[in-house]
Design a protein around this ligand. Structure first.
Ligand code: NAP
Length: 337
C-alpha cells in the first residue's frame, strides 16, 4: 500500500514536530513543508530532507538567502493528500478556502475555532468522528490534556462536574516574545475557553475552567477537581489511569517533584527534541474522598498534540478504523510505551 502524502503548512513549534512524527510512521510520509521566511528553521528543514514550499511573494527572499525551494504553497497542494495546518492561531482559517479549492483534506490546530471544521479530534475520546472527514481540528494542548484523563474516567465512572485550574506556561522555550517574564496573570474572562473546548468533544460533560499565566516555559500544570456520579476510591481511579493511553503516572517520591524534573525525564528518554508526549499525573497526588476526585497533571504543550495529529491523519485518510490500533502504532514509532 502506498503511503499517505502529508504536507505541513507552518513549520514552527507544532509543525516541525508533526513532520518528524509523520516521517517515523510506516503508512504516511512528508512530501513538503511551508516556510514564509528563509530562517534557520527553513535551513534545518532542508537538512532534514524536507522539500520547502513558499508563498509566491517569498520566492525571491529564499533565492537571495540561498535556501533551496521546491515550489509554491499551491504546488504543495498538488503533491499532498492531506495538509496539517500548523500556522499560528486564526491564520489556518484563512487557508481553508484554498484547501477546499484544491480538493484536499486538512487538519487544523487548537488555535482555530471548533466552528471552522465542525469536528474536533482527540485520539482517546472521539477517534472515529473524523473518519473520512475532509476537515478536522486537533484540540489545543490543554484541552488534549484534560480529555486524555477525563474521558476514560467518564467512560468508566460517569462524571457529574469538573472544575479545573490551568497554570499555563507564558511562552514556549524557543519564543523570546511571550510573557509575563516575572509575575502571574489570571485570565479574568470566566469560564476560560478551555472548558467549552473540552465540550466540543464531550458535549455532555459539565466542566468549568480558570487559568493563570505563569512565568515558566516548560509545561502547563492543571489542578483538577471532579465530582463523580458515585463514590469511588483512589485505587479505582489509578487503575483507570494506568490503562489510559498517553497518560504517564509519576511519583514525587522518585524525585519527580515538578515540571523541571519531568522535562529532565523527557531528556533522559532520548526522544525527538526531548518531548514528553504523555500527560504526566502525580500518582501520589491523586485522591478520592467519597465521590470527589482530586488530581494534578502536567502537559508538555509543545508535544502532547503531536501523536494526536498522526492518529487524526489515519482516521481522516481511512488508514486504520480501530482507535486503539492507531494509537499503539503511532506510539510504537514515537517510542511511547
Ligand atoms: N505551541 C504550543 O504550545 C501549541 C500547543 C498546541 C497547539 N498549538 C496550536 O498550533 C498552532 C501552531 O502553533 P505553534 O506554536 O506551532 O506556532 P509557531 O511556533 O508560531 O509556528 C507557526 C509557524 O507558521 C509559520 N507561519 C506564520 N504565518 C504563516 C502563514 N501565513 N502561512 C504559512 N505559514 C505561516 C511561521 O513560520 P514562518 O513565518 O517562518 O514561515 C511559524 O513558524 C496554533 O493553532 C496553536 O494554537 C500550539
Amino acid at each position: 500500500m502506498s503511503k499517505v502524502k502529508v504536507g505541513i503548512n507552518g513549520y514552527g513549534t507544532i509543525g516541525k514536530r508533526v513532520a518528524a512524527a509523520v516521517n517515523r510512521q510506516d503508512d504516511m510520509e512528508i512530501v513538503g513543508v511551508t516556510k514564509t521566511r528563509p530562517t534557520f528553521e527553513a535551513r534545518s528543514a532542508v537538512d532534514r530532507g524536507f522539500g520547502i514550499y513558499v508563498p509566491e511573494g517569498s520566492l525571491q527572499s529564499f533565492k537571495d538567502a540561498g535556501v533551496p525551494v521546491k515550489g509554491t504553497v499551491r504546488d504543495l497542494y498538488g503533491v499532498a493528500d492531506i495538509i496539517v495546518d500548523c500556522t499560528p492561531g486564526d491564520v489556518g482559517e484563512k487557508y481553508k478556502a484554498e484547501y477546499e479549492a484544491a480538493g484536499i483534506k486538512a487538519i487544523f490546530q487548537g488555535g482555530e475555532e471548533h466552528s471552522l471544521t465542525g469536528i474536533s479530534f482527540n485520539s482517546t475520546a472521539n477517534y472515529s468522528e473524523s473518519w473520512g472527514a475532509q476537515f478536522s481540528r486537533v484540540v489545543s494542548c490543554n484541552t488534549t490534556g484534560l480529555l486524555r484523563t477525563l474521558s476514560p474516567i467518564d467512560r468508566n465512572i460517569k462524571i457529574k462536574n469538573v472544575y479545573a485550574t490551568l497554570v499555563r506556561r507564558a511562552a514556549d522555550p524557543g519564543d523570546s516574545k511571550g510573557g509575563p517574564i516575572n509575575g502571574l496573570e489570571p485570565t479574568v474572562k470566566l469560564p476560560t475557553h478551555h472548558g467549552p473546548d473540552v465540550k466540543s468533544i464531550m458535549p455532555w460533560l459539565n466542566i468549568n475552567t480558570m487559568a493563570i499565566k505563569a512565568s515558566t516555559t516548560l509545561m502547563h500544570l492543571h489542578t483538577v477537581v471532579a465530582e463523580l456520579e458515585r463514590e469511588s476510591s483512589t485505587e479505582e481511579i489509578l487503575n483507570i489511569m494506568r490503562t489510559s493511553p498517553r497518560v504517564r503516572l509519576i511519583n514525587s517520591r522518585s524525585g519527580l517533584k515538578g515540571t523541571a524534573e519531568i522535562m529532565e525525564l523527557g531528556r533522559d528518554l532520548g526522544r525527538d527534541r526531548s518531548d514528553m508526549y504523555e500527560i504526566a499525573v502525580w500518582e501520589d497526588g491523586v485522591k478520592v474522598i467519597g465521590s470527589m476526585l482530586y488530581y494534578y497533571q502536567a502537559i508538555h504543550q509543545e508535544s502532547d498534540v503531536v501523536p494526536e495529529n498522526v492518529d487524526c491523519i489515519r482516521s481522516m485518510c481511512k488508514l486504520e478504523e480501530d482507535a486503539s490500533a492507531s494509537v499503539s502504532k503511532t506510539d510504537r514509532f514515537l517510542g511511547i510505551n
